[in-house]
Design a protein around this ligand. Structure first.
Ligand code: COI
Length: 357
């Protein structure tokens, strides 16, 4: 039986756009590499997997994703090691999370071989787009959406799974200022908060816009029921260091199951750091701040990597956290995680995946 790799049709771009780009200094998410992968699911079958030059795709205005939001995505990154070989970080975890989101959004699973082999073929083809300069990487955006040409409300029977890639620098180029909102909520029990579905991000935009207008980078979300417990930041999971313990909200179904979050917690635990995954109220954080017990706060996400949080505004008052130079855990964990991703130190977890075997 032919393998999927043999069945992926590849149409190479006539002339690479790479020479026109400064890939070590690209703004986040605006410059796209030469190729993209498109897999098509039609009435119960994955039919066609192809890699073609990046470009516009023709769609009917009636496609169901546009109307009812059956649309999910993922985010991961490709790095280059010292030998110049492309590496992926935990792509299997992204594949699993994509299918968890798919289940919640009533979409058929994407087969592992389409995700993994398709991804590797694409990265092999566009390996020269992976920046050489540390701090810049090739961000990979798998996206999966319903394409039924129908505006009847029902789970679609036609889908497209697409992977595009773009060279990027840091998502946050400076320590982050967050503002707690009690006006809006991101998710609630039984909802779609845990799924990486487009609507969760759309729903956060107004709060985010108001946060930016008030001088903050983003919103710190509280739970939808009591508006008391910290959830996440929308672009990343969050953790707080109180009395030398790293505390992060537990996964309740309302926050994203961050792969960076999981990697950070694994590293911290293996370093012997005390870690707690539990409900953490904003009042507990504010009290710890008043007592001088809150020594760090940081975000964890694929795009954000580990982002230092320097200010948290709660009910009109800014909590200004200790300077980055005084922080003990986040800088250390950032260095360690990046070293693993770039293949500079041993990876005892099997997280790093070579594209060319
Ligand atoms: C990621 O971190 O990969 C995301 O998808 C978050 C997005 C806001 C850039």
């Amino acid at each position: 039986m032919p393998t999927l790799t043999q069945n992926i049709s590849i149409e190479k771009i006539a002339k690479s756009r790479l020479p026109e780009q400064d890939i070590n200094n690209s703004p986040f998410g605006k410059v796209f590499s030469d190729h993209m992968l498109i897999a098509t699911y039609t009435e119960g079958n994955w039919e066609e997997v192809k890699i073609i030059p990046y470009g516009k795709i023709e769609m009917s205005p009636s496609i169901s994703a546009l109307h009812y939001g059956q649309a999910i995505f993922e985010g991961l990154k490709a790095y280059k090691n010292a030998e110049g070989e492309p590496l992926l970080f935990r792509p299997d975890a992204n594949w699993k999370r994509l299918n968890k989101s798919a289940e919640r959004m009533c979409m058929p699973p994407v087969p592992e071989e389409i995700f993994m082999e398709g991804l590797k073929e694409l990265i092999k083809l566009d390996a020269d787009w992976i920046p050489n300069q540390e701090g810049s990487v090739l961000y990979i955006r798998p996206t999966y959406f319903a394409t039924d040409e129908s505006i009847g409300l029902k789970p679609a029977t036609n889908y497209k799974f697409i992977i595009i890639t773009c060279p990027v620098g840091a998502y946050y180029s400076h320590p982050v200022k967050l503002i707690v909102t009690e006006k809006y909520v991101r998710a609630f029990e039984g909802g779609t908060g845990e799924a990486k579905t487009s609507g969760n991000y759309a729903g956060s935009l107004l709060a985010d816009k108001e946060a930016k207008a008030a001088g903050y980078d983003n919103v710190l979300w509280l739970d939808g029921k009591e508006k008391k417990y910290i959830e996440e930041c929308g672009t990343m999971n969050v953790a707080f260091v109180i009395n030398d313990t790293v505390i992060t909200p537990q996964l309740t179904g309302t926050i994203l199951r961050g792969i960076t979050r999981d990697s950070v917690l694994t590293l911290l635990k293996d370093m012997g750091v005390k870690v707690e995954e539990r409900s953490l109220s904003i009042d507990e954080v504010a009290t710890a701040y008043e007592k001088g017990e809150l020594t760090e706060a940081f975000g964890m996400g694929t795009a954000a990597t580990i982002a230092q949080i320097d200010t948290i505004n709660y009910r009109g008052k800014d909590m200004i956290l200790p300077p980055i130079a005084q922080r003990k855990y986040a800088p250390q964990i950032y260095e360690k995680l990046e070293a693993i991703k770039y293949g500079k130190i041993a990876d005892p977890y099997g997280w790093v995946c070579k594209v060319k075997s």
